[in-house]
Write a protein that binds this ligand. Structure first.
Ligand SMILES: Nc1ncnc2c1ncn2[C@@H]1O[C@H](COP(=O)(O)OP(=O)(O)OP(=O)(O)O)[C@@H](O)[C@H]1O
Length: 256
């Protein structure tokens, strides 16, 4: 089996400051990788490098594309990478406003992703959009409402529907439950877990919240000061942390 994503020695500096240093791992089809660490540990920098939003100073990111097999993401042209972002990849932002079009209806937010991959039949697009709204627990009679009229939790669920409707192979998530009330977070996590399992999604999830990775991630990477200090199966790392920093993180002594 070919890894879905191969990350080799990814390093990003901001001037003299290290964003992330020499990060390497393979992500396998259907696998969910969690990236945890305190604020400033390099999680977002790494995610941005992997998703092609930032150019690393060194390293390779190779993605097994549906159309052409393994391709070097960093060497791709911008249009090719944008196409990947509309087809094989999805990105769920912490703030739904960064991932939604606030000026168009909920149905259009979901439907336009289908159109971007070639869907043309209006009736079918609308039907699929309503179906997806239902899957993220948004009632069909809200299909014509704009996201602005939705609560934070609903906006996040809409962003998830918009991202998953085209059946991506890899979903990047940046603090998907951040900024939501605790009760809303729990519901969203349940929903996400159901979708990840049902669709056999591969995902990379950056979070501060160990409960999120406990529920969603098969494997965990712990970052500190831009470096990966520990990696392993989620339950193993959380139940029997080897690195002192992970032990602090798990015992919640560290404020993350
Ligand atoms: N645009 C930037 N310019 C300069 N330094 C940056 C920039 N973005 C991040 N950094 C630095 O890179 C390091 C890693 O930051 P990064 O945002 O990746 O961490 P993080 O783990 O995602 O933190 P948080 O959880 O707070 O988002 C930090 O030292 C940060 O100050």
């Amino acid at each position: 089996m070919t890894p879905l994503l191969q990350v080799k020695g990814v390093t990003k500096r901001y001037g003299a400051r290290l964003g992330c240093g020499d990060v390497s791992f393979d992500l396998w089809p259907g696998e969910v990788m969690g990236i945890v660490g305190e604020s400033g540990s390099g999680k977002s920098t790494l995610l941005s490098c992997l998703a092609g939003h930032l150019s690393p100073d060194a390293g390779e990111v190779i993605f097994d594309t549906r159309a052409e097999g393994p391709r070097d993401v960093l060497g791709m042209s911008e249009p090719a990478r944008r196409m990947l972002g509309r087809t094989d990849w999805a990105f769920v932002h912490q703030n739904p406003r960064d991932g939604l079009r606030m000026g168009v209806s909920a149905g259009a937010n979901v439907g336009e992703r289908l159109m971007a991959v070639g869907a043309r039949h209006y009736g079918q697009i609308r039907e699929q959009a309503v179906d997806w709204l239902g899957r993220v627990e948004i009632a069909a009679d809200r299909v014509d409402d704009r996201p602005r009229a939705f609560s934070g939790g609903m906006q996040q669920r809409l962003q998830i529907a918009r991202n998953l409707v085209t059946g991506p192979r890899l979903v990047f998530m940046d603090e998907p439950t951040g900024g939501l009330d605790v009760s809303v977070q729990a519901r969203l996590l349940d929903l996400l877990r159901g979708l990840v399992r049902e669709m056999g999604l591969s995902a990379i999830i950056v979070t501060h919240d160990l409960a999120v990775v406990r529920l969603l991630a098969d494997r965990l990477m712990v970052m500190k000061g831009g470096h990966v200090v520990e990696t392993g199966l989620t339950d193993q790392v959380l139940d029997d942390p080897q690195h002192g920093y992970t032990q602090l993180l798990v015992s919640s002594v560290l404020q993350v």
